[in-house]
Design a protein around this ligand. Structure first.
Ligand code: AHN
Ligand code: ZN
Length: 330
């Protein structure tokens, strides 16, 4: 038998197999979900995370923090957003005055119906979950914790500029989320109020008087490899319909391995002041680990939170889901 003959026979068999398949599939077609949103580019989002991490830790009162803040403002402007900066001094758990900056980028300012998308851009000054005590007082790189949410939202901004959704979009990068009381302190106030300082400030002093949005979506730690996002308790309490909308959209788009249809923990995060003070129903998309004792990935609040843990696939699953949700909004 010649090579040509073998190829001919193989092609015939393939054709027959295809024909048979078609016959069976016509009886019950499996319709793929047709998304209406533009494609989210995971390479692009990854590059925005990498760029932030390259500044080093972004801890308030440091020069790297100022430099990264300037970069975020310039990127939002490059993507055609109307940018506002909210500079404030907030007080940390230990009395330190933090020079903080919330960065706000808006699209479609003439539109009454708005969706708020947010993430924190600062990184933690302590690696207080590190296996090595010697690292407790070291700031961390925050590739996932800080970088990932902002990276996804910068890519969302780039896309929103190229094709406007029907609703207005406000993107806020909150500062000073991650300066909460370190766990290694013995005599200290461990109240939740020392977290989320930038979003607390904004919720009491919005950039626009009486600012309202239909709902809000917080992205926090959305880049981890094989991340799992569970339905977080505050999100369910304040914005159950938004949780359902986001999780069902993710499922239809084939991202069900990331968006798990089960309950996660109750997490103090930037969506809490947005819900409780600003009264905007808001959810938190946050990587959660039911197995770990603190609920988060093993590298959370350690020196290991670097680019090795960031996945383009996870960034895409989250970014494409958020895009599909906002492009379906009217
Ligand atoms: C607390 O640990 C109290 N909340 C988690 C919020 C957080 C920290 N997100 C990122 N870093
Ligand atoms: Zn953190």
């Amino acid at each position: 038998m010649t090579v040509k003959n073998i190829i001919a026979i193989c092609s015939m068999l393939t054709l027959i197999a295809c024909a048979c398949n078609n016959k069976t599939s016509t009886s019950k077609p499996i319709e793929a979900y047709q998304k209406i949103s533009p494609d989210f580019n995971g390479d692009s989002a990854y590059a925005y995370v990498d760029k932030q991490v390259a500044f080093g830790p972004r801890v308030p009162n440091t020069q790297q923090h100022v430099a990264c803040g300037d970069y975020l403002v310039s990127e939002l402007k490059r993507f055609g957003a109307d940018v506002q900066e909210q500079k404030m001094v907030v007080t940390a758990y230990d009395g330190t005055k933090l020079n903080a900056r919330n960065i706000i980028g808006s699209y479609g300012l003439d539109k009454a119906i708005r969706v708020l998308l947010f993430a924190h851009w600062d990184t933690r000054p302590y690696s207080d979950r590190d296996a090595d005590k010697a690292n407790y007082n070291k700031p961390l790189l925050g590739a996932n914790d800080g970088g990932s949410g902002v990276g996804v939202l910068l890519e969302v901004a780039r896309i929103v500029q190229s094709k406007a959704p029907e609703v207005g979009i406000d993107i806020i990068f909150f500062d000073a989320e991650d300066y909460g009381t370190p766990v290694f302190k013995t005599k200290a106030d461990f109240s939740d109020k020392w977290w989320c300082l930038g979003s607390q400030y904004w919720a009491n002093n919005p950039h626009v008087k009486d600012y309202k949005a239909k709902y809000g979506i917080l992205l926090d730690m959305v880049g981890g490899i094989d991340a799992k996002f569970y339905k977080e308790a505050y999100s369910k309490e304040y914005a159950a319909n938004v949780v359902e909308k986001v999780w069902s959209t993710a499922g239809k788009m084939g991202y069900g391995k990331y968006f798990i249809g089960k309950d996660g923990g109750m997490i103090t995060d930037d969506h809490v002041p947005v819900n409780q003070i600003r009264r905007i129903p808001s959810i938190d998309i946050i990587q959660y680990d039911l197995e770990s004792d603190h609920g988060f990935a093993s590298y959370w609040h350690t020196q290991q939170d670097d680019m090795r843990n960031v996945s383009k696939e996870t960034l895409t699953a989250v970014g494409q889901t958020v895009l599909e949700v906002i492009y379906n909004e009217k």
